[in-house]
Design a protein around this ligand. Structure first.
Ligand code: SF4
Ligand code: SF4
Ligand code: SF4
Length: 320
């Protein structure tokens, strides 16, 4: 698929999704329409243009890692800036005018506790359906922080093998604790539980800096486990072909720890792969890359036309 076609597809997806977002909900979701009424719809055209240019850049460069790091950080900065403005009293920068906790785990725990509010869960499920586990490499506001901290330390340390069980525990807790809180405790206790969880999360973010890997995302966050497991069954997958000479450069590049020598021999990364594409930048043999339904040809253009459109839409609407 020529780059131009992919860029046009990305723009078309962006326009379609943002048009739905701007017209279906009963309150204005776009900042443009919040401030400018109907004139604010011009924001849709700007995002379509952004998707067009960004798809072009992703498909035309050999430094996708740099581009991804930049746009992912940009998204997180915009997200948390809006949260800060909301905290300072500008409710217009919040999704519904009310403050919520910026914690990905609440995507699961929130609806279990409240028995309602399935918007984020639906958004996550739709994203996983379209682009597998790449929520955790392109689209999550919290993951971008983990990415920055992991990038700060170039010296990667090996992680203890028992770390891999932590996410299973946090996933079980993020389902059972809201049920227990709902049945037996006051709302104030739920707030204390969330604040404690944020404190523990912060420790794992610090470990990402210490180990030079995304420890919070790959060993602690239960949503990461959900996206990884779902990604295993998605048609978009990274594969390593027989031309691989085992040099290990991609292993050092993978901040998700998905490329051990054993996985290189098997020809696939392990379950923690989030389709970040950093490994594809560094392979001197072009031995590692994305496939869709096992085929190489359409994989990258299709992937970037969708993931860039989602990123652009998230930039427009994702706020607390
Ligand atoms: S693992 Fe959690 S914090 Fe990390 S990117 Fe995924 S959802 Fe976000
Ligand atoms: S960088 Fe390429 S050749 Fe080297 S181990 Fe990775 S896939 Fe194989
Ligand atoms: S295997 Fe490659 S695409 Fe997957 S997480 Fe690691 S660097 Fe990213």
């Amino acid at each position: 698929m020529p780059i131009l076609i992919s860029a046009l597809i990305s723009s078309a997806i962006t326009i379609t999704l943002l048009f739905i977002v701007a017209t279906v909900p009963s309150f204005p979701m776009l900042l443009g329409t919040r401030f400018l009424g109907q004139y604010g719809l011009v924001q849709i055209a700007l995002h379509a243009l952004y998707s067009f240019i960004l798809t072009y850049i992703f498909l035309g460069t050999n430094s996708r890692s740099k581009v991804r790091n930049t746009i992912w950080t940009l998204f997180s900065v915009i997200f948390f800036s809006q949260l800060l403005l909301g905290l300072l009293g500008w409710g217009i920068f919040l999704q519904t005018g009310n403050l919520h906790y910026p914690v990905p785990t609440l995507i699961i725990s929130g609806p279990i506790f409240r028995g309602s509010g399935f918007f984020m869960l639906t958004l996550l499920a739709s994203t996983m359906l379209l682009v597998g586990s790449s929520w955790c490499s392109h689209l999550c506001y919290a993951g971008a922080i983990d990415n920055l901290l992991a990038n700060k330390n170039k010296k990667k340390r090996p992680t203890p093998s028992w770390f891999r069980y932590i996410r299973l525990v946090t996933l079980l807790l993020s389902i059972t604790i809201p049920l227990i809180l709902k049945l037996y405790f006051e709302v104030a206790v739920a707030h204390s539980a969330i604040i404690s969880f944020i404190g523990i999360s912060a420790l794992f973010f610090l470990l990402s800096y210490r180990y030079g890997k995304m420890i919070h995302c790959t060993y602690f966050c239960p949503i990461g486990l959900v996206t990884n497991v779902t990604g295993k069954f998605h048609p978009f997958k990274i594969k390593i072909d027989k031309s691989c000479d085992g040099c290990g450069v991609c292993t050092l590049k993978c901040k998700y720890g998905a490329l051990s020598p054993l996985q290189l021999k098997k020809g696939v990364p392990d379950i923690r792969c989030t389709l970040c594409m950093d490994c594809t930048d560094v392979c001197h043999n072009n031995s590692i890359g994305l496939r869709v339904f096992g085929r190489k040809k359409m994989a990258l253009p299709l992937f970037y036309s969708i993931v860039v459109a989602l990123h652009s839409v998230f930039l427009a609407v994702a706020r607390i």
